[in-house]
Design a protein around this ligand. Structure first.
Ligand code: SF4
Ligand code: SF4
Length: 121
């Protein structure tokens, strides 16, 4: 979250939030410890995750579920719990594991690039 000023004197008494429409300023993804991974190929577009997500972090594009806004997803797991059992298009994994898999992917990609091979993505 961005403070409005530069010092504690700019914080409102009692931490009150007197201005409306500010939920987008709170990047609740900052304190996530688990993250949902969306499997596009399994998704049946039932919208249950979108309906139940308390942070409006399920993104929609062209009237279809398109992914997750990780700036605002706080990792509560409600979307994965609501995703139908027969498809399991959302899986929760540890944030550490997610970061490591991204780092591993980056390393593998740069190894391939160093060797002059074409990276997968
Ligand atoms: S884990 Fe929670 S906040 Fe994140 S997308 Fe799922 S329901 Fe929304
Ligand atoms: S709940 Fe699961 S199957 Fe339904 S739209 Fe969301 S990800 Fe897709």
């Amino acid at each position: 979250m961005k403070l409005r000023g530069n010092s504690w004197r700019d914080v409102t008494p009692g931490g009150l939030i007197p201005w409306p429409g500010n939920s987008r300023q709170y990047e609740t993804g900052d304190w996530r410890t688990r993250r949902p991974i969306w499997h596009k190929d399994r998704c049946i577009q039932c919208y249950r995750c979108w309906v139940y997500c308390p942070d409006s972090a399920i993104t929609i594009k062209d009237s279809k579920v398109a992914g997750i806004d990780y700036d605002h997803c706080k990792g509560c797991g409600i979307c994965a719990a609501e995703c139908p059992d027969k498809v399991v298009a959302l899986e929760m994994i540890g944030e550490e594991e997610a970061i490591q898999s991204v780092e591993g992917f980056k390393e593998a990609k740069s190894d391939k690039e160093e060797k002059g091979e074409k990276p997968n993505a």
